[in-house]
Design a protein around this ligand. Structure first.
Ligand SMILES: *Cc1c(COP(=O)(O)O)cnc(C)c1O
Length: 223
């Protein structure tokens, strides 16, 4: 049942927060609805989850249209975005979680009608199949984004490899946190970089223990 799953997830987040002495309201849950209907997404909103994430442009637009009366919902595009689709989506979302190239940033700058809150995606695990900027290049990349007034770097995002062990996942998440801290210290106006988007159904407690401010959860709600 959806309501039970929401309670379970909230319980696990509260326990993880407790363990590392963080207030529970320092973590926001994004429900990733890519595998379910708009009706189920709507049910989640009724249960109090107001951050909705989709990894595809067409699916996000579909859900947003279906939930157009739910003004409190914040829309997160969490997946990789092709340049040619930027104009369709960029003014429809509240957060973009996968900024990882100069050319994409240029296109966002061109198409955005306001400042867009972006996470820079970092490929901490160095998997070849993964999108994202290398850890070593992240600070320079973010610095270079200062020429785009429509882009605000609110934080960093990463995904742990599918098969990684717990200790390995913790290392990746803690690395991302260190990079985030280091960038935040610059106090760049275009890049406050105070947020961390990390942790999915199988590893969100590890994300929370490592400082995640957003976790992106799909399966755990809908299983
Ligand atoms: C699908 C997806 C998630 C959620 O994954 P679950 O394992 O279902 O929780 C999180 N982040 C991204 C980028 C995704 O594509």
């Amino acid at each position: 049942m959806l309501a039970d799953n929401v309670k379970q997830v909230e319980k696990h987040i509260a326990a993880a927060c407790d363990e590392v002495h963080r207030p529970v309201n320092s973590v926001q849950v994004i429900a990733v609805t890519k595998t379910v209907s708009a009706a189920q997404a709507s049910e989640l909103v009724q249960l109090g989850i107001t951050n909705i994430g989709e990894n595809r442009v067409d699916k996000l637009l579909e859900k947003k249209q279906a939930l157009k009366n739910e003004k409190q919902v914040k829309w997160h595009l969490i997946g990789n975005l092709q340049r040619k689709k930027v104009k369709l989506i960029i003014n429809e979302i509240d957060y973009f979680h996968a900024l990882d190239s100069q050319s994409l940033a240029e296109e966002i700058q061109k198409r955005a009608g306001r400042v867009i809150k972006c996470f820079v995606e970092v490929n901490v695990s160095k998997e070849e199949s993964k999108h994202g900027i290398a850890v070593e290049q992240t600070e320079a990349f973010i610095k270079s984004l200062q020429v785009f007034p429509n882009i605000q770097v609110v934080g960093l995002m990463t995904m742990a490899p599918l098969k990684a062990e717990k200790t390995e996942i913790l290392e990746y998440f803690q690395t991302l946190r260190q990079v985030q801290n280091q960038i935040a210290e610059n106090k760049w106006k275009h890049a406050p970089c105070l947020e961390l988007s990390m942790g999915m159904s199988r590893d969100y407690p590890l994300g929370v223990k490592s400082g995640a401010t957003f976790v992106r959860i799909g399966t755990a709600f809908f299983q």
